[in-house]
Ligand binder design. Structure first.
Ligand code: BG6
Length: 510
């Protein structure tokens, strides 16, 4: 009997899992903040649950408020119980909590960092070895440069026997100039290989699956170009409003909040060339080439290629909801956009002439993040016109969330004596194909930062290229004050966004 041969390992896919996780002390700045409570501490717990943390692991929470270790451990336990993706196993939690410590630091008081230095040294002494250090900056962004400088002042940015890394949350700047000045500070303290800029979309399984879909299948590559693809729609719709985040959101708006980072990252995954391997720099080299191939709009072309809008009151799930201007903390006169849509083009041989349209918004009909790749119409319809009614161009839809999966629409014959065609979907759903629950994005990103794998983090030149695309739009929107459209909460967004797609094309319904 023939023995089936094991397929050879695919170095592109295997590469993602390759590095071990060395003993590490993770320092979370802003440890009592919202992100830490909802995402980071639960992520650390789930890593502990999966046995993914290194044997020698410590977590030091840093914030401005004075707190005892015990109080911080109670805070962490409560956060984990409230937000962990799986039910808490008390034994795992009991094992993790003693590894947590707390230090209060006034971020701009360099002298107070000596207590952090002592605490780090004490952890090394306990371990009997120099542990790696990962500083996670999860504070308000104005403290990113302050903490970075202070770490250098305290001599904590290097270690002769261990790796020191810094993880920087978003936003990395609020425009090109501020991103560059933050980068200047970061580069004066850390080498680029020490820096891990977070874009949590890259930690999502379904985002990584875009690469698996494209580069582990022979089927799609031949059509993945301007010869066969009519256009690409990238949607990140949310049903939620801005909650209690008016202070942040009103300064940011949809373009900075989601397009500059998450949506442009999705675009790079869809449009990049095959990297030679999954080495962090090889992947990021390809992504940055895509971003640099998007020519920023000249000021005069912004209006025809972009739409911005703000939600007014409406009905969601049978309940009345208020408009943006009536949300708590939003100034009466605010002109901040809660919806942004734009048409971009990647100017290279693969994509020239293919419209890539992006849309995102709060308080839209439902939450869905997806990439729809629409192929061209077939060049000749052999069926009688009466029977061709249902023929539609094929669409490949990569659904990032919810109902994670991939679907491909095909024209199929409706059973019967006539040749009538209807689109049907061929679907792969994560929920049914794999029985295990996907890890949260932050689990993957924390572990990757600890093992020094920067593949799923944005490099400085990527951030720079992203802001270079967004900056002229921000500027034109500031200067041309008159064109903020409105859409009702719970709707599909403003009708004016239809024009971005061009004649005969339509947004996918939400
Ligand atoms: C964050 C934005 O980066 O991403 C939020 O600041 C947004 O406004 C969130 O709601 C969306 O993330 P996710 O993972 O829920 O799609």
């Amino acid at each position: 009997m023939a023995i089936a041969q094991q397929p050879e390992a695919n170095p592109l896919v295997e590469g993602l899992e390759r590095l071990p996780v060395p003993g590490t002390t993770l320092v979370i700045f802003g440890a009592t903040g919202d992100l830490s409570r909802r995402k980071l501490l639960p992520a650390v717990y789930n890593l502990a649950h999966d046995g993914a943390l290194p044997e020698r692991f410590n977590l030091i929470g840093v914030s401005r408020r004075a707190k005892e270790d015990a109080e911080f451990r109670d805070f962490a336990a409560e956060s984990i119980r409230s937000f962990s993706r799986r039910a808490v196993d008390e034994d795992v939690l009991e094992g993790l909590l003693p590894r947590l410590r707390y230090i209060d630091i006034t971020f701009d008081d360099e002298a107070s960092y000596s207590r952090l230095a002592d605490c780090l040294t004490a952890r090394d002494d306990e371990a009997g070895q120099s542990l790696n250090r990962a500083y996670y900056l999860s504070t308000a962004p104005e403290f990113f440069p302050v903490i970075t400088r202070a770490l250098k002042g305290a001599g904590l940015h290097r270690h002769q026997d261990a790796d020191v890394r810094v993880v920087i949350e978003k936003p990395f700047g609020t425009d090109l100039a501020s991103a560059r000045s933050l980068q200047k500070v970061v580069a004066s303290v850390f080498r680029e290989s020490q820096v891990f800029r977070i874009d949590h979309y890259l930690g999502k399984e379904t985002v990584q699956n875009i690469l698996a879909f494209r580069f582990a299948n022979y089927l799609f590559e031949p059509v993945w170009n301007r010869n066969y693809i009519d256009h690409i729609q990238i949607t990140a719709a949310e049903d939620i409003g801005i909650g209690s985040r008016a202070g942040y959101y009103d300064q940011s708006g949809a373009l900075r909040d989601l397009v500059q980072n998450h949506m442009l990252q999705l675009l790079t995954f869809v449009c990049m060339e095959t990297p030679a391997s999954f080495d962090a720099d090889k992947v990021r080299d390809e992504k940055v080439k895509v971003l640099q191939s998007i020519a920023p709009y000249p000021a005069g072309e912004v209006a025809e290629n972009t739409v911005r809008a703000q939600y007014s009151g409406g009905v969601m799930g049978g309940h009345d909801v208020v408009g943006y201007l009536d949300e708590e903390g939003v100034p009466d006169e605010s002109r901040t956009e809660t919806y942004a849509a734009l048409r971009l083009e990647v100017h290279n041989w693969r994509w020239a002439g293919v419209p890539i349209v992006l849309r995102t918004g709060k308080r839209l009909a439902r939450k869905v993040t997806e990439i729809a790749v629409q192929l061209k119409e077939v060049p000749h319809l052999a069926f009688q016109s009466a029977g061709s009614v249902g023929v539609r161009p094929n669409q490949i839809v990569l659904t990032i969330q919810p109902n994670e999966g991939v679907s491909i629409s095909l024209g199929a014959k409706i059973p019967g004596t006539r040749m009538r065609i209807r689109p049907v979907n061929m679907e792969f759903l994560y929920g049914t194909a794999f029985l295990s629950q996907s890890p949260e994005a932050y689990e993957r990103l924390i572990i990757d930062a600890m093992r020094g794998d920067a593949t799923l983090f944005t490099r400085n030149d990527e951030v720079d290229a992203q802001w270079s695309i967004i900056d002229p739009i921000l500027q034109a929107w500031r200067e041309q004050d008159g064109d903020l459209a409105r859409y009702a909460a719970g709707s599909e967004g403003p009708a004016v966004a239809d024009a971005l797609l061009g004649e005969g094309r339509h947004w996918r319904p939400l």
